[in-house]
Design a protein around this ligand. Structure first.
Ligand code: FAD
Length: 291
């Protein structure tokens, strides 16, 4: 028996709130989640109509309020090199050490793609402009990105992002652990051995989850959607059942050797806290493994 030397990477994703009430919720959530000593809080960029300034302001705010490192997301679509470089230098000045580099999505019918078509080009830009300063995370899709030509080309795209200089990846959320483990097998066949941290979506609302999943290409298994749908407006039962499902998913991922867990909090901490506490993640940081 020997100690597993690699600690689990635990992170929580927030989005910049648009209202004072939203900010209050975020304050409570970040202070609660601070208690589990996460490796970092990430802040989305441009998702759900938030602005570039919203992300930068929230990075500054979390940097002051939370004693957890902050990792901003940065998406390149619709931006030029000068604007992206400017943001990177602002983050560097703030002491940010990790960024999540994405392509992003243009709202339908709005604007032009700009100079950058793919996230791999953003990774190249970050390395060109800031050398090895940032730890770069990229996105990975165990159930395949909706616009990918096929599953194989999507894995090749991930390889391209690592070749451009990314360090590790976070996945789109999924509820079928086999999707993740088969994806890792496919990555290994392409000699991709960088850490790929599963993205975890706690279940809070049935309709929102279905809508969101449709848009981002995450599959909700029929057994899960049927069960959640049957609860109707009974939000408490949806959360309770969702909790059980997500807890068991995390357990299987950790038992299978996932390098960490990245929680899509949607700015709410309670379910994430319950899952983390039940998993006793920090205890498992130094879990015993046979060697
Ligand atoms: P890419 O890696 O560029 O891939 C996009 C598509 O193009 C894929 O289908 C890929 O297979 C294909 N592709 C890539 N390169 C090539 C090539 N050379 N030739 C042909 N096809 C190619 N969105 C936001 O707007 N803000 C956020 O903060 C945000 N955070 C996210 C965090 C995580 C962890 C994840 C998983 C997603 C996040 N997203 C966010 C969503 C993301 O921006 C979208 O999924 C977007 O559609 C793709 O981004 P990407 O970085 O994966 O793009």
């Amino acid at each position: 028996m020997k100690k597993n030397p690699a600690p689990l990477i635990i992170s929580f994703e927030f989005y910049p709130p648009k209202t004072q009430e939203g900010l209050e919720i975020l304050k409570r959530s970040s202070s609660l989640l601070n208690q589990v000593s996460p490796d970092y809080f990430s802040v989305t960029f441009g998702a759900g109509g938030s602005t570039r300034e919203g992300t930068i302001d929230m990075v500054k705010w979390l940097g002051r309020e939370a004693n957890t490192p902050v990792a901003p997301h940065l998406s390149c679509i619709g931006f030029n090199r000068a604007a992206l470089t400017d943001i990177l230098h602002q983050y560097k000045a703030l002491g940010v050490k990790r960024v999540i580099a994405l392509r992003g999505d243009l709202p339908s019918g709005m604007g032009s793609i700009g100079e950058f078509k793919y996230a791999s080009e953003l990774v190249t830009l970050i390395r060109e402009e800031t050398g090895d300063y940032f730890h770069i995370e990229v996105a990975a899709y165990p159930e395949c990105h909706p616009q990918a030509k096929n599953a194989h080309s999507d894995v090749i795209n991930l390889k391209r992002k690592f070749a451009a200089g990314a360090n590790s990846a976070i996945t789109q959320y999924f509820f079928n652990p086999d999707a993740y483990f088969y994806f890792l097998d496919e990555c290994a066949k392409q000699h991709i051995f960088n850490p790929i941290v599963p993205g975890i979506m706690p279940v809070m609302h049935f309709n929102k989850l279905m809508r969101f999943s449709e848009a981002c290409g995450a599959e909700i298994p029929r057994w899960l959607s049927k069960r959640l749908e049957a609860y109707g407006d009974d939000v408490e039962s949806i959360r309770q059942y969702g909790m059980e499902v997500v807890y068991h998913l995390c357990q299987r991922l950790m038992a299978g050797g996932a390098p960490g867990l990245h929680f899509y909090t949607l700015n709410h901490a309670e379910l994430c806290m319950q899952i983390i506490q039940q998993l006793d993640v920090r205890q498992m940081h130094m879990k015993e493994v046979t060697g």
